[in-house]
Write a protein that binds this ligand. Sequence first.
Ligand SMILES: *Cc1c(COP(=O)(O)O)cnc(C)c1O
Length: 505
Amino acid sequence: MIVGHGIDAQVISRVVNVVQRRPNFVDVILTPAERAVYNNRKGKHQQEFLAGRFSIKEAYSKAIGTGIGSQAHWQDIEVLPNEAGQPIMVKHPKQGEFNVHISISHTGDMVQSSVILETYKTTLTGFNQLDVTDQAVVSTRRPAWVEVSASAIQHNITAIRHLTGVKRFIAIVKANAYGHGLTQVVLAAQQANVDGFGVATIDEAIWLREFGVDLPIFILGVTPAVYADDLVKYQLIPVVTSEAWLDELIDNMPKTQQLPVSIGVDTGMGRIGIRQEDELVRVVDKITAHKQLSLKGIGMHFATADEKDTTYYQQQLQNWHQLVDNLQLPSDVWYHMANSATTLWHEQPTLDTVRVGAAMYGFNPSGDVLATDKLIPALSLKASLVHVKEVAAGTSVSYGATYTTDQTEWIGTLPIGYADGYARQLQGMYGLLADGRRVEIIGRIAMDQLMVRLPEALPVGTVVTLIGQVGQEKITLEMLASRLGTIPYEVATSLAPRLPRKLVK
Ligand SMILES: *Cc1c(COP(=O)(O)O)cnc(C)c1O
């Protein structure tokens, strides 16, 4: 059932004029997270964003029937782009009471917004609402969170640049920036003047464009050619992985606009890309001959750059030279071959461009096979105690009653569990208190909560670090990975979207 409807329209130039007279108006209207998105946009897009947020907040306050004032402040309402770049309301006074549907549209100098409030019941039975209810819930009010250090990311980018001496750095931010938080990492990486971004899917790429990124964006995975319209519209760089795919792209291309592409060469990764010289030559010729296509890049991916034995690595490099050296390529093509492990432990196969993920985040791409001391981990996982109790000897804790105290103990509960990506098999691991003391995780890790044994009565609100450094003590992604029999990449990308990400210095 619809319980509220608010509409509002604003003249964009009028909002802009107010900002010129009163620059702090921006911070009156926008929350800090919205401000970060705003800062990242330029010119017209920035103005539209501000006017849009102004208008939607007015519309919301009308929908709840109060107007902006004591019931709804500007700062109580937060609207951010989701992964597809669409605005979604992530914070508002009636959260939890109603479903909120919003729309913001621009025509000329006008921005128009509408808000519909609806009781939850209708939505549960109305399948046409699925596109709205599909959004993942980010739990911004739960004391468990990921911190991402901007200075660590910037240090790591600089370190890799120095170590390799390459001309260009493509920051790989697929899978929510390896679980670190896409918004936060993109802001930090842009400040370090990276030259481009790499993502896995077209939706991730569109998100970056909508967020305001105007650097080249490489899509590393295969994009279904039926999405040629979006590739062109957002000027994204798909990877050409076969002649058949290129033909399909050409068939689907809108007939007037340009599109940059990058060729993927399979020299032994065995995943995607062109393996035969004759096919490669035909693909280069077709791209060169096609008026709307331009060849922006050519790359390959190493399968074993993180291993001690370099035989297979050398074999791949040799295959590359055989396949690519005789091609006629434009002089401004980006050659991109090195992943993190290649930048850290090999002579650079090209001094042109690197594609780096793990090393930028500061974890070791080889786990613990090869060593590096050049990187600073950017990620911390923290939660604060929500419940503390003293229990007698013989008390059992958590599912299965697998842990029983043998003396009087202080037990704390943290609001984080395996659904957040803190794996169930980490039972017996520990967290760190602010003074570096360890608190062991006891009993089974539940979906949303876990228990720790405290050295003494500690207040609710005490912060426990589950990943990160506290003084001389640290818990790394590599440590958790080796406990879980996996690689740090998987531990980081398992951190669920419902954990809020905070960008810290
Ligand atoms: C993920 C990925 C990278 C980045 O790898 P790291 O080991 O994290 O540096 C580079 N290139 C391609 C094709 C990838 O899929």
